[in-house]
Design a protein around this ligand. Structure first.
Ligand code: GLC
Length: 368
């Protein structure tokens, strides 16, 4: 049972809720939650913030990192246990709009719920063709596509989502690797604009030590047929900045680090409206500090960073959501970082499904 199942009917899907609470729990664990205190003070953003580095990667991956620019997450679509189960499907019109206004689409795909429960993890061909169609349509529009392995809840040890099926624990890792064998083989001839992301927001059972080892295994599997494809490696503890130092990048020159940022969390994740607004000098300082940590990590390690998720939920006041989006987008761009807003049409939408149109203040904050 979901810990928060009782909230589902009133506040949307438990998956987001569960992820959000897990994220907060992790923040507490790694000491990343800043408690307001007498020392809290506003900071002004430096005029020329540190920019991400490419010192450890190939010229091609550096070009990819710099070309990702403005992106959007196709959240809640192939991310659901079955496409449509969370009320959204990938519509041709969404791909048109994304193609006309963004450089990148991050495509969260729940591969694990479309594969045999046996060790081979044989991926359902009908589902895989659906993914092919979406990937190819987006690529044909000239977009970069981040094919993100999203929500394998058992791999991180969280509760199954409604409609998600279980796999025997002892088969989990081998099956995960076997799914990657199929994915990397399937997309081996696609354009270098297709990027693989190993696993969204590793946390829980994916302790830093386990995650570092697993990421290295997946990269070596991907290299069998995709010797130079750019791969995004996420940060342990759901991408929290306090955990950057625990990430050991696999020894490979075609990698980008994938960071997420949802601070101030009580603002971005008000599943129940709580009247928290944004962005006071302290809130802004928190946001900017995260971006600075990403850039500093990049300079220290030589791997570029992509800001793969940030966004604020629809329950937050619209003007504050727009102010938040503007600060994050400007801040990422000032550091030379590509970004992908969470998300396109669902709970955090910039192009809400019901309106089937832009939410103008957020569109302007991201794209003008
Ligand atoms: C993560 C979760 C997703 C959630 C989003 C915002 O990507 O996997 O379900 O909606 O963060 O909290």
């Amino acid at each position: 049972m979901y810990k928060f199942a009782w909230m589902k009917p009133a506040f949307g899907r438990a998956a987001g809720l569960f992820g959000a609470w897990a994220r907060l729990g992790m923040a507490v664990m790694v000491g990343a939650v800043a408690l307001p205190g007498p020392q809290a003070h506003a900071q002004t953003e430096p005029e020329a913030p540190q920019r991400i580095s490419c010192a450890a990667v190939s010229a091609a991956t550096c070009t990819v990192a710099k070309s990702l620019k403005r992106g959007v997450n196709f959240g809640g679509m192939l991310e659901a246990p079955k496409e449509g189960q969370w009320g959204a499907t990938v519509m041709p019109a969404y791909m048109d709009v994304a193609g006309a206004h963004f450089q990148t689409v991050r495509l969260p795909v729940r591969w694990s719920n479309h594969a045999a429960v046996t060790e081979d993890g044989l991926i359902d061909e009908v589902f895989a063709r659906r993914v092919d169609f979406i990937v190819d349509t987006l690529l044909m529009k000239g977009l970069y596509v981040i094919l993100d392995f999203h929500h394998h809840t058992q791999m991180v040890g969280s509760k199954l989502h409604t409609g998600e099926y279980a796999v025997e624990e002892r088969l989990l890792e081998k099956r995960f690797l076997n799914m990657w064998r199929q994915i990397e083989g399937r997309y081996r001839y696609r354009s270098p604009k297709l990027i693989f992301e190993i696993l969204n927001e590793p946390y829980g059972k994916q302790t830093p030590a386990r995650w570092n080892a697993l990421a290295a295994k997946v990269v070596s599997i991907i290299r069998v047929h995709n010797p130079q494809r750019t791969v995004i490696v996420g940060v342990p503890y759901i991408g929290l900045s306090a955990a950057y130092d625990e990430l050991v990048m696999p020894n490979d020159p075609h990698l980008i680090m994938g960071a997420h940022s949802y601070d101030p969390f009580d603002f971005t994740h008000q599943w129940v409206p709580n009247a928290v607004t944004c962005c006071s000098p302290d809130q802004r300082a928190q946001m900017v500090a995260n971006l600075d940590k990403m850039a500093a990590w990049s300079v220290r390690t030589g791997y570029p960073v992509h800001l793969g998720e940030f966004g604020a939920i629809e329950n937050a006041p619209l003007d504050a959501r727009a102010a938040y989006a503007r600060i994050m987008r400007d801040g990422a761009e000032a550091r030379g970082m590509g970004w992908a807003y969470w998300d396109f049409v669902t709970t955090f939408a910039v192009y809400p499904k019901a309106a089937n149109n832009w939410l103008e203040p957020i569109r302007a904050a991201l794209l003008d």
